[in-house]
Structures are given as structure tokens and as C-alpha cells.
Design a protein around this ligand. Structure first.
Ligand code: SF4
Length: 110
């Protein structure tokens, strides 16, 4: 079973505990159809705007065994308030550079 670390938007923590993220990860649905059911080794926020803390947090998730870093849909799609992260492109690029070939990225959860 593949191990993933999920990074979510800190701005939406108050209105979403990530329930659907955990469901689709456990069941291998939607974004996880390519991996099948996964083990979530960590579920962290980006650390707040502009998302710079996501870099160190992604590194920790990889250290804890994640071979996939997943940006939750609150980041990339703006769920559930219809407001995608304005810093997503930069954050994703910086995380990709930091984790290198140690892990790959999935850009949404559901
Ligand atoms: S940087 Fe993006 S993902 Fe992080 S809190 Fe701000 S809007 Fe949310």
C-alpha cells in the first residue's frame, strides 16, 4: 500500500476537517484511483499564506515515508468555498523542487 502525505489549506481548517479526503484515500477513489487505497502518514496544513511552510512540511511527510504528496482539493480547487489558493502554482513548484525524486505529487483529492 502506497504511503501519502496530504497538505491542506490552513484557511479552510475551521470549516472542513478533511473527512472526504480520508474517505477517498482509504477507498482508493477519485484522485486515489491511480494508487488504490493508501496509508495516510500525515495530514497537515500549508502553514498559512503564502504557503512557504508547505515546503518543510512536505519534506517531513517524505521523511515519514510518503512517496506521494497530495494537495487537497481545498488548495487546488478551492473546495468547499470556491476559492482556489492564489499561491498554489508557486507552492506546488517549490514543493516539487524540494522533494525531488523522493516523491511525486497528486494535485487534488476529490
Ligand atoms: S497559501 Fe493557499 S493553501 Fe495556504 S492558507 Fe493560503 S490560500 Fe490556503
Amino acid at each position: 500500500m502506497e504511503k501519502v502525505g496530504i497538505i491542506r489549506c490552513q484557511q479552510t481548517e475551521d470549516i472542513c476537517p478533511g473527512t472526504t479526503d480520508f474517505k477517498v484515500a482509504a477507498r482508493g477513489k477519485l484522485a486515489f484511483e491511480e494508487t488504490g487505497p493508501v496509508e495516510v502518514v500525515g495530514f497537515v496544513s500549508c502553514g498559512g499564506c503564502p504557503g512557504k511552510r508547505a515546503i518543510s512540511r512536505a519534506n517531513i511527510l517524505v521523511e515519514r515515508g510518503a512517496t506521494v504528496i497530495v494537495f487537497a482539493s481545498c488548495v487546488s480547487r478551492g473546495n468547499p468555498i470556491g476559492y482556489p489558493c492564489p499561491h498554489y502554482a508557486n507552492m506546488r513548484e517549490a514543493v516539487a523542487k524540494a522533494i525531488g525524486s523522493n516523491a511525486r505529487i497528486i494535485e487534488y483529492t476529490h
